[in-house]
Design a protein around this ligand. Sequence first.
Ligand code: DGL
Length: 268
Amino acid sequence: MIGVFDSGVGGLTVLKALMRELPAEQFVYLGDTARLPYGTKSPATVARYALQAAEALSACGIKCLVVACNTASAVSLPAVRAHLAPVPVIGVIEPGAEAACAASPSGRIAVIATEGTVRGGAYQQAILQRRAQAEVRALPAPLFVALAEEGLTDGPIAEAIAHHYLDALFTPAGATPAADTLVLGCTHFPMLAGAIRATVGPEVRIVDSAETTARHVRVTLAQAGLACLGGQGGLRLLATDAPERFARIGARFLERPIRTDEVELIDL
Ligand code: DGL
């Protein structure tokens, strides 16, 4: 079984890519809906929550953990890895940085994420490690989280907020050339890809880490001899609060219906 963890329903965008890439695997997904958002909390608090979530998934007998939350990946990956070793732990920042470096012709890369992810500089570091000449600009875009949860993913409100955040990054000002690549560094942001695309125009490469993370997980499992070679995949859903809301909003993120009685309520 593969464990997948996020602060709420956002990581279902990563789970969707994982289930596509690894259709024979069993997944257990934990959304820490009682304590969302992580993006505005201190690194110490997020790291403590992430360790508790990792512990709960470990008790389910997982062979690999995917930290599908950018904020938790940014601040807690080394601690979670040390805690779960030898179980492999894969975050979403490194795969996102790799995808951005591969996509960007000029190395001018913009990142939008939560406040916590931007503050820690994890994307900036991961991109510069792979491409030392890159020019990285990272900005928090917290309202996108609320828009995605409200289902306001396109239309005038979403586009107005997209302009509010993105015009500064993609309108060349004076001698600063605009970025050619935009990393959606938060689990919720792929839900707004339409409004973001309408705002930045057709030329900008838009990258999210879901597909690259799913490929990393496949390769990691194969290299460790842990891949499931046949059989039918499965999914168990856990939430720390409000299963009905998780099912209702999560269905949009997972792009399939979720029944409330599919969502098990747990305490961490
Ligand atoms: N899952 C979080 C992330 O990817 C976004 C929501 C939150 O702030 O908890 O950073």
